[in-house]
Design a protein around this ligand. Structure first.
Ligand SMILES: NC(=O)c1ccc[n+]([C@@H]2O[C@H](COP(=O)([O-])OP(=O)(O)OC[C@H]3O[C@@H](n4cnc5c(N)ncnc54)[C@H](O)[C@@H]3O)[C@@H](O)[C@H]2O)c1
Length: 357
């Protein structure tokens, strides 16, 4: 296919290798996405928003200014009295490149003709929030890439239901493209290749979040919803003090089993195994930066010649949660842009694509 024949988003100001991207949600994850993107010259961040503000510069945002202006001032979802919010210009609006707005996502959508890819780092406290955000891009005739890092299994089906709409719009959507779900799901798909039948996939993660805790309150709150006594609706309504009390009850170390993580449906989608054969659990320690346990993916199966074995993929304890979410999220974004420019639209999971680097 000639370059000229390839469907593209507006390429008047970019070459095939350049990617202009936006970040929806500049909390713990979104801010670090911008930070990581500084190491990737082909990626130009052109828009970022949070609950209260939006920054748009089609020549490229000044990420250092944006990060330093918002340091310690995150407009996150940390409950009704989030300690990180302060003043009128909370969050992104504190940056000199940003303005306050009551319609941050719509403001980004209004500029989306000149955006190749959007990383959705929004919270997941209403299961259909991210699918509804995607609907708004479709309604605005956006044609490009959407990537999310959502965690919950049930959301994947809601996105799959929109496949036709994404295909007609020219949207390539990669869902669950962080760490878990995300590249650990992808690692499981690779590890499964030795086998002809897969019996079990066990994902076990460790996160040490002492210094990163303030920045990652949204994620910690969502993780608490996975404890047996809680759910999304309950934790959404809890005050910061109540969240702190849960953390204190566990002496700062929370252990999770049988989490509803989309690795299961994403592996089933990719034909690797049944969703019920996938388990996800882990340990979150907010008292230490050391990982409380090594993040591991174990895939057990039987080879064509009848041997039963377990292939294991392990992350170095030195790699942080932020590194393991944002590296892959941007990697999947790059792969999705290549597909989008090649005319492949619809919904993809991290076990179906290899992230670019
Ligand atoms: N897949 C993975 O491995 C993985 C790992 C960690 C976090 N996550 C997910 O990433 C998401 C973000 O986590 P976080 O810790 O950055 O959360 P956070 O609460 O720190 O940040 C959320 C951001 O979204 C913004 N926001 C919320 N509602 C908005 C709205 N209506 N319009 C515009 N902006 C809005 C907030 O202002 C904030 O900037 C969560 O859903 C979490 O589950 C996934």
């Amino acid at each position: 296919m000639n370059d000229a024949d390839k469907p593209t988003t507006d390429t008047t100001t970019t070459t095939m290798d350049e990617i202009r991207f936006a970040v929806l949600g500049t909390g713990g994850i979104g801010r670090r996405t911008l930070d990581v993107s500084k190491q990737k010259p082909e990626l130009t961040p052109v828009a970022a928003c949070d609950r209260h503000g939006v920054a748009i510069d089609h020549d490229g945002l000044d990420v250092d200014e944006l990060l330093s202006a918002t340091e310690g001032n995150i407009a996150s979802d940390g409950g009704t009295t989030a300690v990180k919010e302060s003043g009128e210009n909370k969050g992104v609006a504190a940056s000199s490149q940003a303005v306050s707005t009551e319609t941050p996502i719509d403001d980004v959508i209004a500029e989306s003709d000149a955006i190749d890819a959007v990383l959705i780092a929004l919270p997941n406290f209403e299961h259909d929030f991210i699918p509804r955000v995607a609907d708004r891009f479709v309604e605005a005739d956006y044609s490009g890439v959407l990537v999310d890092v959502l965690k919950r299994s049930r959301v994947i089906g809601m996105l799959e239901d929109r496949t036709d709409a994404f295909e007609s719009a020219g949207i390539t959507f990669v869902c669950g493209a962080g760490a878990t779900p995300g590249f650990l799901t992808g690692a499981a798909a690779l590890a499964a290749q030795s086998f002809v039948t897969v019996e079990e996939v066990e994902i076990w993660w460790g996160v040490g979040l002492k210094s990163g805790y303030e920045d990652n309150r949204g994620t910690v709150r969502e993780d608490i919803a996975h404890l047996p006594e809680y759910d999304i609706e309950t934790v959404r309504e809890m005050s910061d003090e109540e969240i702190e009390a849960v953390i204190d009850e566990h002496d700062g170390v929370l252990e999770f089993h049988d989490m509803e993580h989309a690795d299961d449906v994403l592996l089933e989608r990719a034909g690797i195994c049944d969703a019920e054969d996938v388990t996800v659990g882990g340990i979150l320690d907010v008292t230490s930066d050391e990982k409380p346990t090594t993040t591991t993916v174990r895939v057990t199966g039987t080879t064509f010649d009848g041997e039963r074995g377990t292939n294991t993929f392990e992350l170095d304890d030195a790699t942080s949660m932020e590194a393991n979410v944002n590296g892959p999220a941007l990697g999947y974004l790059k792969s999705a842009v290549r597909r989008n420019r090649g005319g492949e639209y619809g919904v993809f999971g991290p076990a179906e694509l290899l992230p670019g680097f």
